[in-house]
Design a protein around this ligand. Structure first.
Ligand code: SF4
Ligand code: SF4
Ligand code: SF4
Ligand code: FES
Length: 764
């Protein structure tokens, strides 16, 4: 928006506002209430509900303020008898076909239509004709639908199109018979539920939580998502120790994601109160024996004795300490402290598959926030698939292109869905991302780069030209395909690419909710990676103490490793392939039961807040580590306070200096860690090493054809999503039930080949 200021008068008071501002936004900003249904900031205008009417001097009739851009000297009235009469008539019209079933509507108590009707009071209903009737039904395992409550504001169709790029839901029928529906009667989409979130009425509803609680029964706790590295802010609704639902509504939260969540954030929470949660500490007294329930005191004492014995016999470095990109900064920090201060082992690591240390050590520009991405003018995406793995980033990219006119350049071995929005798609060979970085870092390797990438030289030239011509913000994103040498070169690229009128920002795309935090807590600084630790199991590594489990691909690479350990101690929520070999399993609390922080891919340090008491006998990961440290003779002294742990983090991690929980309390103004920006430096030796690595890449190899199916990553069954029956239906191909009027969970029989993926659904 322009920095030029103009004057408008609203209800007799004069205001200075930016030229180009929208009247409805200005009125609300100045605290004049404007009712609306169809207007939704940053979506295409609909202008259909006619609730936002105002009187503008010199204009012949009432105007919809959502369609008016302020002009200098504009004189506006937002409240008058004439305006209220028109608005009441519109509301009466909207209610003409609306059933009066608020007492049985899941949206009752938080419905915008209900609120507005109650606010005005005394609304007369003069329509006596029979109301249109449409039966309730399911549109998918996640989305329930009561069509007769619809007021046709089309927020749902616009978010589906503009945020998700899916266009899966549309208005069908004509006139008074228009209803919102799907193409073919069943939703084959990413099941984000954003259409549910933005629906101002009870037309689209959370099919997984239906009729389970009323909104006023829920205690709302603002927290951070526990799935991907985007770190969406959300509101956890709990009742009596149970996590009932998750939403991102503005009314509770105004964080970096607005009202956006993806399927995992919104629907992936039933693991929290799941019956398979580990109930008590468990000890396996003999290798190959059973895990036997124990008290916390006995289990901690047992672990301490076992670890002491290993260190006495084999030395400190025989004990490996393993953190996780899924647990909080506080938990990773205490594992680091446990490894370095108490045990003195060099062998500590984190189960994340990708180490971001080379990137952060050479960071040449600030991290791009999700807001920066939305307003970027050029976005260069190297590798990855944000629409499946970091869906908020995917949505921001899509909106930057669709609503902001950004130029998107995608370099990928796969024709990912985001290529539909791309101005340029450079289709490279699988595993050749390093060659793309080499080409960007130095133009003396073009012949080699195009040969390894499998592209034409003019594609590279066109990429360079797009960057050279870019004005405004250029955001460079990269995923985990890159080697550490390529990460160094990429991190330094901003020094070469920034120019007059062009800012360059970087945006890593790690996989987990706290991948960045695990890096910041220095858990990746140890002498070996998780895979190397597994390779050394039974040899130089005799015992492992870990929070969370190894990734399946890490275990597959070293199949028998865990059985070779003398001692394996695991803090976990569920039994996993790792706990199957554990000598002691300690029940860990989920994100909904703890206080702490995660750091997202913007570098935002965000609060995780306790919504319910710990389930069963579980404890926060950091508390377990502190208790074990005490048993081993070192009092960390945090007195059961996560904020005390965070205070120590702020004292020891320079990027977090000065941060405290109170500083992080307002999720509408997120706080970014202060990562050190490295000066431009001579990369000659790194580029020679990168060139050598690129030379070793194959000269042939098929590029991956076809666009991956929506949900191929999002619907994957993991330890957490596997506890949600609906995910099993989606993973099995989202079969359409015989009738969509009954919950799909009760009626879908799934193909026998996919039964493994459906174990949980079968129990329902
Ligand atoms: S769930 Fe998401 S993708 Fe599916 S129709 Fe709704 S908004 Fe569109
Ligand atoms: S379903 Fe909800 S969001 Fe969609 S048009 Fe109807 S009322 Fe609006
Ligand atoms: S985009 Fe990522 S952080 Fe946001 S809700 Fe989805 S999984 Fe959670
Ligand atoms: S909000 Fe302006 S017409 Fe609907």
């Amino acid at each position: 928006m322009s920095t030029e200021v103009i004057k408008v008068t609203i209800n007799g008071a004069e205001f200075e506002v930016p030229k180009g501002a929208r009247l409805i936004d200005v009125c609300r900003d100045k605290a004049f209430d404007i009712p609306s249904f169809c207007y939704y900031a940053d979506l295409a205008l609909q202008a259909s509900c006619r609730m936002c009417l105002v009187r503008i001097e010199k204009m012949p009739k009432l105007q919809t303020s959502c369609t008016i851009i302020c002009t200098d000297g504009m004189v506006v009235t937002t409240q008058s008898e004439e305006i209220e009469k028109a608005q009441r008539s519109m509301l009466e019209f909207l209610l003409a076909n609306h059933p009066l079933d608020c007492p049985v509507c899941d949206r009752g108590g938080e419905c915008e239509l209900q609120e507005m009707t109650f606010d005005w009071g005394g609304l007369e209903e003069r329509f006596t004709e029979k109301k249109n009737y449409h039966p309730e039904k399911y549109l998918s395992p996640m989305v329930a639908n009561d069509p007769q409550r619809c007021i046709l504001c089309k927020r749902c169709t616009r978010v589906c199109d503009e945020w998700m790029g899916e266009d899966a839901i549309e208005a069908g029928g004509r006139g008074a018979n228009t209803v919102i529906g799907t193409y073919g009667g069943w939703l084959d989409c990413s099941q984000c539920g954003n259409c549910i979130e933005v629906c101002p009425t009870g037309t689209l509803l959370d099919g997984t939580y239906r009729h389970q609680a009323r909104p006023w029964e829920l205690t709302q706790t603002v927290s951070t998502c526990t799935y991907c590295s985007d770190g969406c802010q959300m509101s956890l609704g709990s009742r009596g120790g149970d996590l009932m639902r998750i939403v991102a509504r503005d009314r509770y939260v105004n964080g970096l994601n607005g009202e956006f969540l993806c399927i995992k954030g919104r629907f992936g929470h039933p693991f929290v109160n799941h019956e398979e949660r580990i109930r008590t500490p468990l000890i396996r007294y003999q290798k190959g024996g059973k895990l036997i329930p124990a008290t916390w005191d006995d289990a901690i004492q047992h672990v301490a004795e076992k670890l002491d014995a290993v260190v006495d016999k084999h030395g400190r470095d025989a004990l490996g300490v393993v953190g996780s990109p899924r647990i909080t900064n506080e938990a990773n920090y205490l594992l680091y402290k446990f490894a370095t201060e108490l045990v003195g082992t060099n062998n500590y690591t984190c189960t994340d598959a990708h180490n971001l240390k080379p990137f952060f050590d050479n960071l040449g520009a600030p991290l791009a926030t999700h807001r920066d991405i939305r307003y970027a003018k050029t976005i260069l995406l190297i590798g990855g698939e944000p629409e499946e793995l970091q869906p908020l980033t995917g949505k921001q990219i899509r909106q930057a292109v669709r609503n902001g006119g950004a130029r998107l350049i995608v370099i990928n071995s796969t024709r990912i869905r985001l290529t539909e929005q791309a101005a340029q798609f450079i289709h490279i060979r699988p595993g050749a991302e390093d060659a793309a970085v080499l080409a960007l870092a130095s133009n003396s390797n073009d012949t080699l780069a195009v040969q390894k990438l499998g592209i034409e030289i003019n594609e590279l030239q066109s990429l360079r030209q797009s960057i050279a011509e870019a004005q405004g913000d250029l955001v460079i994103m990269f995923a985990g395909e890159m080697s550490s040498g390529a990460q160094v070169a990429l991190a330094q690229l901003p020094h070469a690419l920034r120019a007059e009128g062009r800012r360059v920002l970087l945006h890593p795309l790690p996989l987990f909710n706290n991948s960045v935090g695990a890096h910041d807590m220095r858990m990746m600084n140890g002498a070996m990676s998780a895979t190397q630790m597994l390779a050394a199991a039974g040899d130089s590594i005799r015992a492992v103490y870990m929070a969370g489990s190894f990734l399946n691909e890490q275990l597959r690479a070293h199949g028998e490793a865990l059985s070779k350990l003398d001692v394996l101690v695991v803090q976990e929520m569920f039994e996993t392939e790792t706990t199957a070999f554990a000598d002691v399993v300690l029940p860990a609390a989920s994100f909904a039961e703890i206080d702490g922080t995660y750091t997202n891919n913007d570098g935002f340090v965000q609060r995780v807040r306790q919504s319910i008491p710990p389930v069963n006998q579980s404890k926060s990961d950091w508390m377990i580590t502190a208790q074990l440290a005490l048993e081993l003779g070192m009092d960390f002294g945090f007195e059961l306070s996560a904020s005390a742990v965070f205070r120590e983090i702020a004292e020891h991690v320079p990027a977090y200096a000065g941060l405290r929980y109170p500083v992080l309390k307002d999720e509408s103004s997120p706080v970014q860690a202060k990562y050190k920006i490295s000066e431009s430096r001579d990369l000659t030796s790194e580029l020679i090493a990168l060139r050598t690595a690129v030379e070793a890449l194959p000269d042939s190899g098929n590029k991956l054809d076809g666009t991956p199916q929506v949900g191929h990553e999002l619907f994957k069954i993991g330890t957490l999503t596997g506890k949600v029956p609906q995910f099993h239906l989606l993973a099995a191909g989202n079969p359409r039930p015989e009738t969509v009027r009954i919950s799909p969970l009760y009626q879908i029989t799934v193909n026998a080949d996919r039964r493994d993926a459906l174990a949980v659904a079968g129990e329902v």
